[in-house]
Design a protein around this ligand. Sequence first.
Ligand code: ADP
Ligand code: MG
Length: 729
Amino acid sequence: MSSIRVAAMQELFTRRPIVVNPPSEKVSDYFGTDTFGLETMKRYLPSGAFENVKKAIDTWGHIDRKDADAVASAMKAWAMERGATHYTHWFHPLNGSTAEKHDAFFEPTKDGKVFEHFSGKELIQQEPDASSLPSGGIRNTFEARGYTAWDPSSTAFIVDRTLCIPTVFVSYTGDALDYKAPLLKSLFALDQAAVEVCHYFNRNVNKVISTLGWEQEYFLVDEALYYARPDLVLTDRTLMGHASAKDQQLADHYFGSIPERVSAFMKDLEYDCYRLGIPIRTRHNEVAPNQYECAPVFEEANQAVDHNQLLMDVMKRVARKHHFRALLHEKPYKGINGSGKHNNWSMLTNTGTNLLAPGTTPKTNLQFLTFLINTIKAVHDHADLLRASVISAGNEYRLGGNEAPPAIISVFVGKHLTKVLHDLERKIPTKRMTPNEKTELKLDIGKIPEILMDNTDRNRTSPFAFTGNRFEFRAVGSSMNCAAPMTVLNVAVANQLAEFKTDVDALIENGMRKDEAIFRTLRDYIIHSKKILFEGNGYSEEWKQEASRRGLTNISEATEALKAYLTPSSVDLLTKYHILSEKELHARYEIRLENYTKKIQIEARVLGDLAVNHIIPTVIKYQNCLIDNVKGLREVLPTSEFGDAAGYQLNSIKKISKHKSLILEMVDEMINARKVANKIEDIRKRAEYYSQNVKPFLDEIRRHIDKLELIVDDELWPLPKYRELIFTR
Ligand code: ADP
Ligand code: MG
């Protein structure tokens, strides 16, 4: 083993689990202690102010300055009691991570002293500038100001003695520069549209929220090994490495017992999460070695998105404390499973009904079918946009890789619901339904709950699957902000529900009874969206062919998939509900393309460096050993007598030469391709050039390096190998 690898392994042997014991056995004793949730707000606020704030949150209303001042001073008192010295507006810029800029609570006084101060003005709005964050050209330097504005619907929290206030981030001209602003608008749109539709079934509904439960997958790697891999440090994934002889073939990691050091890390992570009010409930080993998952109890979607962003942050921090690095990349290792973030999504009414849970009576079941079928149609109509919302340089390696859903968007509903939909499609007569027919239909539908109880067939290969009382969108990448896909889903469903209301009302106006109008409309929708329904194996070759016959798109290449942002149907949908203006949409499209380009650019640079400065010198060293050896052999064992004595070495010398020159040639070509690409002005064309002409080199060069890994003396190989990265913990 090379000295770098030996040093890393030696460090590894000194590791012990770092056990952190929470102050109490009971989570309820410390859950949410670092958050300024509604409960806390109620305790700290005068009751009038609390009622006003609560009402504003529930009704998407405005919080006036007096109440904001009250909240600010309550927050300050609460935070300072907990030792906070600073506050920050915490937001989700379009670089995918979270941003913060801390300010101390104190203000100077005239006599040179300071006093602690935090007003409603500072709570509501800040101007962090932050002009280097991506804006897609929205912020010209002369009007570069960016503003953050308080989002009262998500809880403030304390991290590292800093009060963090969730905010949206907008430009001087009011354009959204973050993920949260469009998400909030989509939640509003969904609320409005869903309430209207609920009124067909229940007049008491006055609010519908979208619920999200994410499942976060990640890898852990020891920090000593991590630092010995410049590719992991700089790109979050390995750009080379031959497959380990054994990796996940035996499925012996999945759901296995959690290694001690990892378990200590998870408990510590959970402790931090609980104090921050993130309700992590599930933890387990995932399929690939050193891959894990955690999942919370679902929450209101905006809160859940914030909690996921916070979790990713906390996870990285806690991992460091345990001498691990958490890899959130969608595909850190070639040849073994990558990481996703399933988004479990549903809608919940203020009356406590999960709109995607089959009911117990024919009436509630009709409501269930209404929301189910409208969601299916929304996905059918906006499948390309949904895909665009989750495509990225990292996710490109995962989607369609026979480990994650394919790049074909389809919907799985299970055997029983398939039958229900089929029956519904066939049964509704075009004329007026007889009471008998109606009862029969309702009774049939009334059977759903019992059947679903034991509906355990969960097609893991489907990108969008109904799992009993929610849909699970599985194409989301592990490193992503869930807000982007959730925004698209919410607004697509909102739009669909509004269309449904229009269609049903039109039939009612023409004299049709309500139930019948609903049935009729749903039936039309089933027929319209049928092609998106697929129950079979999504990984199979046949599905690709079948999907293409059905006219479903299969786009796994990012620059192509991203085009869906700008199609007339996407622009219509997103502008109609003011989710994004055309300007904002174009900006986002460009940011995504730029991000894609930069990721490949960085990877190409790192790979070039590793190849030329790490791998090639190593293989030359080894080749020289072999050459010396051959020469020596020839001296002591004259060729005439032992013709084959150096045969193996000679063969290796030749192979090394071949791979070496191919690698060097391709590194040069790759650099030239980058030079050409970087001169292209048009952002889309540049990204396409990177995708088509730079990215392929990453795989090609790697292939030869991985071959060399098998030839070169293990003692010389400079980078930790896959077996070391994925099996040591
Ligand atoms: P699995 O891996 O079997 O899909 P998990 O328990 O890991 O299941 O995760 C399921 C996630 O779905 C959890 O976060 C859970 O809270 C969430 N979930 C359950 N019901 C709903 C719902 N109505 N809306 C949104 N998410 C939900
Ligand atoms: Mg799941």
